[in-house]
Design a protein around this ligand. Structure first.
Ligand code: SAH
Ligand code: SF4
Ligand code: F3S
Length: 443
């Protein structure tokens, strides 16, 4: 039997694409292996969002050279966003790579592997646009939870971001196809789904008869076997009142919203082409907090965007202090060739950017800890998702907080009630007080 090894970098969308690749290869009787040295085919599904992602990839492909030398029949395939971005350049730097395939060429991978076997040359197959996903054609990694894409690509062109260039224009998947996917997953025992899109709030705007993300969510919430519905990513400019209402009205839509802020400065938000202001962002947060009880809010923030000054950074800190995010994913601005911000004047030294970045981290970590401390001594329903560190089990609260606790591995995929005993900035510790093995919500 032929064996494949797949490694995934980047976001949930890339993880989902790897599930598609697994499905396609397993249909051709490939077996998944956990070590690259055991594989006949190695696939690296790459990210391009920051320069670091590219450097990591280059180090990684370099490491595969020894494997290829000891096994010349080994097939090395590079896909994903850096493949889409760099194309033949990867082959120039690493001639022993066999196949480069773009983000719109995933379904061709099995035939490209066959083709590569019959010709002597490496292959680079990268379409500029398109959409080759067939609903249902993916292998979900966990039996109890699954990703379900609602759209592909992005039309926003935030000026720092490479995603619209490597993922193409936004294309929404038809509601009936999404619902069918979810029903099938539910029939197979899946209890949690994560709806995926670069900007889920603009879902359906490309249909002839417009259909909104909140309408879709309300439809999905009717599938009661799905006990936990999550989604990402929301863009503040398109987040509607209806969406907040639908979340508030449906107990199986989780009380967590990931709402990237990027910056708290109106000047920088404008330069970033984000299409909202600090005031608008704070208004949305107030609205969410008043309508959805105990809603956790997480975010993404970039520091050191071209033109950002101390005063702008302080606006970001102001939002961080006002909103009190449960968690923030923070990044130092990374220049991406081809994006609009590439040509913007950037006078701030990397040293200063790093200092601001550290300052932000200290403040945010303290807030994360204080927010998590509020959960201590309370009871929450948790879906047990796997094994964590030190032999403990790991699961998530409805609000997406991670909790570690003692318990038997056979609880994985089940719901338990947990009493929260202690908190750190990024996770909680707790104790099982009850195992919920029926199909009802218990708290
Ligand atoms: N579609 C999502 C996620 C995009 S990428 C959204 O709109 O939020 C995930 C995060 O990476 C972004 O939210 C942003 O904070 C960060 N990011 C994107 N491009 C970046 C760049 N050039 N430099 C630093 N961070 C970047
Ligand atoms: Fe990038 Fe902006 Fe699109 Fe998100 S919304 S993927 S940050 S361009
Ligand atoms: Fe995701 Fe990275 Fe591509 S964040 S969309 S894998 S550039």
């Amino acid at each position: 039997m032929k064996k494949y090894f797949i490694e995934t970098f980047g976001c949930q969308m890339n993880e989902f694409d790897s599930e598609r690749i697994s499905w396609l290869l397993e249909k051709e009787n490939y077996l998944s292996v956990q070590k690259p040295e055991e594989a006949d085919v190695i696939i690296i599904n790459t990210c391009a969002v920051r320069e670091k992602a590219k450097n990591k990839l280059y180090g990684h492909i370099g490491n595969l050279r020894t494997l290829k030398t000891s096994n010349p029949d080994l097939m090395i395939c590079i896909g994903g966003c850096s493949a889409q971005n760099l194309k033949e350049k990867i082959l120039k730097d690493f001639p022993y790579v066999d196949i480069i395939f773009g983000t719109h060429n995933i379904s061709q991978l099995p035939e490209l592997i066959l083709k590569r076997k019959s010709i002597k040359k490496s292959i680079c197959e990268v379409k500029e646009n398109g959409f080759d996903y067939v609903p249902g054609n993916f292998k979900n990694t966990f039996p109890f939870k699954a990703y379900v894409p609602v759209s592909h690509g992005c039309n926003n062109f935030c000026t720092y971001c490479i995603v619209p260039y490597v993922r193409g224009r936004e294309i929404s998947i038809k509601p009936a196809e999404i619902i069918e996917d979810i029903k099938r997953l539910a029939d197979n025992g899946v209890v949690e789904i994560m709806l995926l899109g670069q900007n889920v709030n603009s879902y359906g705007k490309d249909f002839e008869k417009p259909y909104s993300f909140s309408e879709l969510l309300a439809e999905v919430a009717k599938i009661k076997e799905i006990r936990r519905i999550r989604f990402m990513t929301s863009h503040p400019k398109d987040l509607s009142q209806n969406l907040i209402d639908v979340i508030a009205q449906n107990f199986n839509i989780m009380n967590h919203i990931h709402l990237p802020l990027q910056s708290g400065s109106n000047k920088i938000l404008k330069l970033m082409n984000r299409n909202y202001t600090k005031e608008k962002y704070l208004e949305i947060i107030d609205n969410i907090k008043s309508k959805i009880s105990d809603c956790s809010i997480t975010t993404d923030i970039i520091t050191g965007f071209p033109g950002e000054e101390r005063n702008d950074f302080e606006h970001t800190l102001d939002v961080v202090n006002k909103v009190r995010f449960n968690r923030a994913f923070t990044f130092i601005y990374s220049k991406r060739d081809g994006t609009a911000a590439c040509n913007m004047e950037d006078n701030i030294s990397i040293k200063e950017k790093k200092e601001w970045f550290k300052e932000l981290l200290v403040i945010q970590n303290k807030i994360s800890l204080e927010e998590n401390m509020k959960l201590v001594d309370r009871n929450y329903e948790v879906l047990v998702e796997g094994e964590g560190s030190k032999g403990l089990l790991e699961g998530r609260l409805e609000n997406n907080c991670v909790v570690n606790f003692e318990g038997n591995k056979n609880l994985i995929g089940k719901f338990v009630n947990i009493n929260i005993a202690s908190a750190k900035s990024f996770y909680l510790k707790g104790k099982i007080i009850k195992i919920n093995d029926d199909k009802k919500n218990h708290l």
